[in-house]
Design a protein around this ligand. Structure first.
Ligand SMILES: [Zn+2]
Length: 567
């Protein structure tokens, strides 16, 4: 009994005191020095960056190697997000992830192509068994690329805790990245939060006047404030070998020499990533394209990045007292930039009151809310919003205005349109669209049932019923009808749909399904002649493209190919 107790009590302590993350187990995923254009936790639209972006010299096709021994546990090919992505499970309890790949190594490429042809799909997700694709440390697994939601050639690389697939900062594992420059503080703001708060006589956010000191730190001009206030920070970090603005690793705030608030990017979970919109001043971001990180936590914010939860970061000021607020911004290597903000508790005459526009639609964030306006209705589930607000809702000239895009939405809300006034025939080609400004709009996946159209969204704005009667277009890129293509490696076509957008496509050669890889960024379909063994010389190509409301176009062409001599 005594022994058992010993283990129960001491084992967790022992494992905790050991290194949490092994720094010698893994090698680099590329065989050139790591230059990073995106850090872990970096602030991105609606999410934190879950890995590091490794620069690939501006080109695609560089070799990507496994960082450790293990086996391929997941292969996913998607038009969006990670594009072509590979996951490797390692025996030490971690998973490495490699994304936006151009293609996989020959052994993995053959494995996945077989399944794509079996399932007749380009987009696919496979979880290979342990023994299917064993991988050695340093083994070539793929070639870098620019697939999915990537805006330039690079390798997105992650390390996750295998259990729960929790992304961890890859730099914790001993990767070698040169960084001797401290983070840059671009701006700081003071926010009036509650208890009739004001800063320098203003109830609106006040930009602090920062003066750079010789040692690189900043001192803010003293502010006079009362009530409960908070601070906001705009900062980025630049590494030695790249000009890119990366995210910082850690932010701490002390008040009068005592720890007050801190967060860092050691890890977070995917399920909480959207709370980035509760960390930043979302309205400011939408208006100014600048992300102010709030050094206080609103109650709805459930991020786990906060390390010291004794306070929520706000500061309740007392008349006549003085406070010294020290904010330190750190990168992963420990380079630090410091900002001192002297604060004096006291009121000034408020020249400009912060006015809240009241409407008929007051929303309580914690509750479900339904609004019916004209032939439409909107359903917001509880927790869709972070804070209570007066919604600006209006139905006018067939357009439904749902507030404006400056307020973040955390959960999907549902929009319905009554389509009674349209004939059944008309409804077939109609869908719910959101107005994007400048005459442009975006398709929202529309469910049609009886007289009602329904769509779900996480973006506020103006919605309307759009119509698309124009079928997609299909154009050959590198060939023409009736030609000999014996030496061609690929067939390429471009496909496009201007209204509702492309929903699906099917390509066949001589009646057999053929894998056409689709790259939405260039609207290109590509077939690889190595995939199928074609018999005879004359071949029939057929490509059918269908848009989101069912308009479709068929492209047919004949080509000839001489059977080339074998090796
Ligand atoms: Zn990335």
């Amino acid at each position: 009994m005594r022994t058992l107790l010993f283990f129960l009590v001491v084992l967790p302590l022992l494992s905790f005191s050991q290194e949490k993350y092994p720094t010698d187990d893994f090698v680099h995923p590329v065989d050139f020095p790591l230059v990073i254009s995106g850090t872990f936790g970096e602030l991105r639209p609606n999410h934190f960056h879950s890995g590091i972006d490794i620069k690939t010299k501006g080109v695609e096709g560089l070799e990507v190697n496994s960082i450790g021994l293990g086996h391929v546990s997941r292969i996913k090919i998607s038009l969006w997000g990670f594009g072509k992505a590979l996951y490797i499970d390692h025996p030490n309890g971690f998973t490495s992830v490699y994304a936006h790949l151009k293609k996989f190594s020959p052994k993995i490429e053959a494995y996945i192509k077989k399944r794509q042809y079996e399932k007749r799909t380009h987009q696919i997700e496979i979880f290979p068994k342990n023994l299917d694709l064993p991988i050695k440390q340093g083994e070539l697994i793929a070639f870098s690329g620019n697939t999915g939601g990537s805006a330039g050639a690079h390798l997105h690389f992650e390390i996750r805790e295998k259990k729960g697939q929790i992304p961890l900062n890859p730099l914790l594992f001993g990767l070698n990245v040169a960084d001797n420059k401290p983070p840059t503080v671009q701006a700081m703001y003071a926010y009036s939060l509650k208890d009739s708060a004001q800063v320098n006589g203003s109830e609106r956010p006040v930009k602090l006047k920062l003066t750079r000191q010789e040692d690189g730190s900043f001192i803010a001009q003293k502010i006079r404030a009362s009530g409960t206030i908070g601070f906001g920070l705009v900062a980025y970090d630049r590494l030695d070998l790249a000009y890119n603005k990366n995210g910082a690793y850690k932010v701490t705030m002390d008040v009068n020499g005592r720890p007050h608030f801190t967060y860092d990017f050691e890890s977070f979970s995917f399920s909480e990533s959207r709370y980035i919109n509760a960390l930043i001043d979302y309205g400011h971001y939408k208006r100014n394209k600048q992300r102010v990180q709030r050094l206080f936590r609103i109650p709805a914010n459930e991020l786990s990045i906060y390390k010291d939860t004794r306070t929520d970061g706000t500061l309740s000021l007392e008349e006549g007292m003085t406070y010294q607020v020290k904010v330190e911004v750190r990168d992963f290597m420990g380079n630090t930039t410091k900002v001192i903000v002297p604060v004096e508790g006291g009121k000034m005459e408020v020249l400009k009151r912060e006015e809240i526009t009241q409407t008929d639609y007051f929303l309580v964030a914690g509750r479900d809310n339904i609004y019916e306006i004209g032939p439409t209705s909107i359903y917001f589930p509880g927790g869709a919003f972070y804070e209570n607000l007066y919604l600006d809702l209006e139905y006018n000239r067939d357009k439904l205005k749902i507030h404006n895009g400056e307020v973040p939405v955390h959960k999907n809300f549902t929009i319905t349109f009554d389509v009674n006034q349209y004939t059944v025939k008309e409804r077939e080609r109609m869908y719910i669209a959101r107005y994007n400004g400048k005459g442009r709009s975006s398709y929202h996946s529309t469910k049609k049932k009886g007289n009602v159209f329904t769509a779900r969204s996480k973006t506020l704005g103006t919605y309307f019923l759009a119509k698309d009667t124009i079928p997609p277009t299909i154009e050959p890129v590198n060939f023409r009808d009736g030609k000999w293509l014996s030496k061609f490696k690929y067939l390429k076509l471009t496909i496009q749909d201007k209204g509702s957008g492309i929903k699906s496509y099917v390509g066949t050669i001589d009646g057999d399904w053929a894998l056409f890889e689709y790259e939405p960024k260039t609207r290109t379909l590509t077939y690889n002649f190595n995939d199928l063994e074609l018999r005879g010389a004359k071949h029939n190509l057929r490509v059918v493209v269908t848009d989101n409301v069912g308009n479709s176009t068929t492209f047919s062409s004949v080509f000839f190919r001489k059977k080339l001599d074998g090796p």
